[in-house]
Ligand binder design. Structure first.
Ligand code: DAH
Length: 391
């Protein structure tokens, strides 16, 4: 007679064990009797069909109707049985699709050890422990994170340590303490995503998504006295619609060095070294004057295009990444503005005594160039076919 799932009236451990045993011997008997792919499908549907398969039935007839104090034990039992049934069905599928040996799957996957001992060894048939288990895909480092690690690594070798800070930031750290006064037009250069419902707070306490990693400069100087040398990797957000070169979320790495007598020469030497370490010893660096509220003087750093080698051409075609100029902008930098030190003066940053340099770069764009990817959105769609190419 074919097995039918009984209603349970007795929920004692002994009764549960008996019911489980009966179910498992039916499973063993029926799986052993399958002799063709068609029969295997019938077997599969009978046991695991969502609608009224045996697994669904034990859930309904045993677990759902169990009295409160038995729920836990019944739940564990039902889960164990469910696993064993699923594994048996999987084994059948492998067997009928590929000829792989039945029995293997009982090991190597998530059968609770206790359940294995209790049932699988004696009741589900012999387990061949010499056969390989199921290998889980290990995955690979995301290209943006990989680039980030490389950049951070270059600075760690120079003695920099790594600092991090919150992505949801206050107006004070993101703007005010970086010398963007309230209502200053320089704030408009960073299209900011504000957290709603903050109007009742004083402006400096209002929350926003940080638009750059620079706020962590202040947070770190509040905690650590000079001298400091830190790099700060992290995600930042801006109100930019996504396209091939923009994303509302992207990654930056910030750098900050403060000591007595730090000069623009230190900044140039450090960044020139870092660029050669990252892009090869033949790249040249080039600083152009710029403006950032928190550095004075400020500059943008360009490196010779590592795609075309600085010629602006690829064969007879124009080099697109550098727009035929032979130079690629990689970061903003400058000497820390004394007004910034004023905000952390009490922690040893008297602008009359210390000086420092800072820099900030966008990681995603560098990763795009490095890997020759032509659309930034690929980085954030999570498509395994794209990502596994970097494994
Ligand atoms: N925070 C700037 C931005 O996101 C980049 C930057 C420029 C950072 C100059 C710095 C710096 O530390 O000195 O546009």
């Amino acid at each position: 007679m074919a097995y039918t799932v009984p209603k349970l009236t007795d929920y004692s451990s002994a009764a549960l064990e008996k019911a489980a045993d009966t179910l498992l011997s039916a499973l063993k008997h029926e799986s052993g009797a399958v002799g063709s792919p068609d029969q295997w499908k019938t077997f599969r549907d009978r046991w695991v069909a969502r609608k009224n398969g045996i697994v669904t039935q034990i859930n309904d007839l045993w677990l759902k109707s169990a009295p409160k104090d038995a729920k836990r034990e019944v739940g564990q039992r039902v889960n164990e049985l469910k696993k064993i049934v699923e594994l048996t069905v999987d084994a059948g599928q492998k067997w009928w699709n590929t000829g792989a040996t039945v029995g293997v799957v009982h090991l190597g996957i998530e059968v609770p050890a206790a359940a294995l001992d209790k049932y699988a060894r004696e009741k589900v048939g012999p387990v061949d422990i010499t056969l390989p288990g199921v290998r889980r895909a290990i995955g690979a480092e995301h290209p943006v994170i990989k680039t980030m690690h490389e950049i951070v690594g270059v600075f760690q070798k120079l003695g920099y340590s790594v600092a991090e800070g919150p992505v949801v930031e206050t107006d004070y750290y993101n703007f005010e303490a970086l010398n963007f006064p309230p209502n200053h037009p320089a704030r408009d250069t960073q299209d900011t995503l504000f957290i709603a419902g903050q109007q009742s707070k004083p402006q400096r306490e209002r929350l926003l998504l940080r638009t750059h990693t620079s706020p962590v400069q202040i947070r770190t100087m509040e905690k650590m006295r000079p001298p400091i040398r830190i790099v700060i990797p992290g995600t930042v957000h801006r109100n930019d619609p996504p396209d091939a070169s923009h994303s509302p979320m992207f990654h930056q790495i910030e750098g900050l060095a403060v000591d007595t007598n730090i000069t623009f020469g230190d900044l140039k030497g450090t960044l020139d070294h870092a660029m050669k370490a990252l892009f090869g010893s033949s790249v040249k660096t080039h600083f152009r004057p710029s403006f950032f509220p928190f550095t004075e003087p400020s500059a943008e750093l360009y490196v010779t295009c590592f795609i075309c080698g600085g010629s602006g051409k690829r064969g007879s075609d124009p080099c697109r990444p550098c727009k035929q100029t032979g130079w690629i902008e990689v970061l903003g930098c400058g000497m820390v503005d004394p007004n910034v030190f004023e905000f952390v003066k009490d922690n040893g940053y008297d602008p009359k005594k210390v000086s420092g340099f800072a820099f900030g770069m966008g990681v995603d764009r560098l990763a795009l160039l490095k890997y020759g990817v032509d659309d930034l959105q690929y980085f954030f769609q999570g498509d395994v076919r794209f990502l596994e190419q970097f494994g």
